[in-house]
Design a protein around this ligand. Structure first.
Ligand code: COA
Length: 154
């Protein structure tokens, strides 16, 4: 990843910067409907993301959000992963850095399983998950596939 991109926790103070990132995000809706295409549903989705305990951002030297990764807790010690990188910053290792940092933090916070749902045609996401150690567990409905990774200690 570019050395000038920084991975840092994201909180409500950075909400407007995240909104700005997703306003410019392309293509909207391509990752199983995410990020939502409509402005209001998108803002609500960002609020839900920020209400989760685990949020990370990738930041440009100018302070713009160029990537966002968060975990949505479901069952005990288990959470769903979501990751988004602004189109101009793709294929530079930003998502890999976000996911690997998130896995370390998830492990430290006691998570034992992280899973992700992605479209079976989403080659970038499939490659990313594979490179980060996720393995397929099922083909879901409507061309979606589920992947999981067990963290040490399970
Ligand atoms: C998926 C996504 C997060 C990847 O972000 P990124 O920063 O470009 O990913 P990285 O640069 O870390 O690349 C990770 C791996 O995927 C590969 N990759 C990235 N884009 C690719 C593409 N379009 N086609 C094939 N492989 C691709 C990279 O080469 C790399 O593999 P390598 O280490 O073997 O070279 C980004 O494309 C995105 O935001 N997509 C829309 C949202 C989405 O689909 N999110 C995932 C589901 S929640």
């Amino acid at each position: 990843m570019d050395r000038d991109i920084r991975i840092r926790a994201v909180g409500r103070q950075q909400r407007d910067l995240l909104i700005e990132m997703y306003e410019r995000f392309e293509p909207l809706g391509a990752a199983l409907g995410l990020p939502p295409r409509g402005k209001e549903p998108r803002r609500e989705w960002i609020e839900v993301a920020l209400s989760q305990e685990m949020n990370l951002g990738a930041w440009s030297p100018a302070g713009a959000a160029v990537g966002h990764c968060f975990l949505v807790a479901d069952q005990e010690a288990s959470a769903e992963l979501a990751v988004f990188v602004r189109q101009e910053f793709r294929r530079r290792g930003v998502a890999t850095a976000l996911v690997k940092t998130m896995l370390e933090r998830g492990c430290t916070s006691g998570l034992r399983r992280i899973w992700a749902l992605t479209g079976s045609e989403n080659h970038a996401s499939l490659r990313l998950l594979d490179r980060c150690g996720f393995r397929p567990i099922s083909a879901g409905s409507c061309g979606a596939e589920e992947f999981e990774l067990h963290l040490p200690g399970a």
